[in-house]
Ligand binder design. Structure first.
Ligand code: PBG
Length: 327
């Protein structure tokens, strides 16, 4: 038998060769760091289920913004935790609401930092659902108006990108219309287009204090086994005016990222969510895995599946590692 003329190992023989023929690369500019902001000053509480991530008051959040800029991250996405919650989440649409204040301060101090705002009501409602309730379920069309008002407040505060994550039908169109009618036609929308009803959001709900008091989000977030429906959701959001779309979570949904990438021409984002982060941290703390190697393998996999950018709690750590590898 002839000896193989093709030997896969030839191109794996040195770090230099492996780097030369690497098919997937990513840079800090494609990583977005989620930050949790709450009222007060000097507050920086580590989130028990998300080691290394914090609930911060605005003054401390600015430190994380500064670091994001220094590391060359693509930007930050802000989540607000208000002091007071009510049935319709009014803090989300107040110009003095926590997220609006945070955006104003972040943009004032760091005008070059890309600041994305998560647009949803679950952190602001006393019942913890993503919109106004009627007969025990979220009232889709009544919620659209609340979301539009909240988007306007975020735009007035100076948000660079608005990211609706509520999964109401028609929200992208409603937000786009409100922005356009009020002089914010140049503010882009990053739609959480294919967002699943996932158990991987557990730690986030502790971080954002946004777990639903009753029931779950299955009547509005997508059913995990569905992939073709994700493409449908994405195409609907693009038609309604989404400039960028997102698949969320990422790791158990890489086929969905790939399908969405193939079906659209807009940038595709993926959210490497809280549970995905916490599992790595927990296993690493037990000494069961090599945290940095696993982190880079996961992020590399998400990019290989087709993501153009990734929202991840690993953003600062991964960016620091990328900088070191290059140097
Ligand atoms: C708000 C929202 C959630 C996440 C991002 N935006 C939680 C949810 O839908 O319950 C989850 C992010 C994460 O788990 O890291 N609706």
């Amino acid at each position: 038998m002839a000896f193989p003329t093709q030997r896969g190992r030839r191109l794996r023989g040195s770090a230099a060769l492996r780097r030369l023929v690497r098919e997937t690369r990513f840079s800090p500019s494609q990583l977005i760091h989620p930050l949790f902001v709450r009222p007060g000053s000097g507050v920086e509480n580590e989130i028990a289920s998300m080691p290394g991530q914090h609930q911060c008051s605005i003054d401390r959040m600015l430190g994380h913004c500064e670091r994001a800029l220094a590391l060359g991250l693509g930007g930050v996405i802000l989540f607000g935790i208000p002091d007071a919650k009510d049935a319709t989440g009014s803090d989300a649409r107040s110009d003095e609401g926590i997220i609006q204040k945070a955006v104003r301060e972040a943009k004032k101090r760091f005008p070059d930092l890309l600041v994305i705002t998560d647009l949803c009501l679950c952190e602001y409602t006393d019942h913890g659902h993503c919109g106004a309730l009627r007969d025990g379920d979220v009232d889709n069309d009544a919620t659209l108006e609340l979301l539009a008002q909240s988007a306007l407040a975020q735009a007035r505060a100076g948000a660079d990108v608005i990211a609706p994550s509520d999964m109401m039908d028609g929200r992208v169109a409603a937000v786009r219309r409100a922005l356009d009618e009020n002089g914010f036609e140049r503010v882009p929308i990053l739609a959480y287009a294919a967002k699943y009803a996932s158990a991987f959001y557990g730690p986030f709900r502790e971080a954002a204090e946004s777990a639903p008091k009753q029931g779950n989000r299955k009547t509005y977030q997508m059913d995990p086994p569905n992939a073709r429906e994700a493409v449908k959701e994405v195409l609907m959001d693009v038609e309604e005016g989404a400039d960028m779309v997102m698949v969320k979570p990422a790791m158990a949904y890489m086929d969905v990222i790939q399908a969405v990438k193939a079906a659209t021409q807009v940038p595709v984002f993926a959210y490497n969510v809280s549970g995905e982060y916490s599992m790595v941290k927990a296993a690493a703390q037990l000494g069961w895995i090599d945290e940095r190697a696993v982190m880079m393998e996961i992020l590399g996999g998400i990019f290989r599946a087709g993501a153009d950018a990734v929202l991840t709690y690993f953003a600062p750590e991964a960016a620091a590692l990328l900088a070191k590898e290059r140097g």
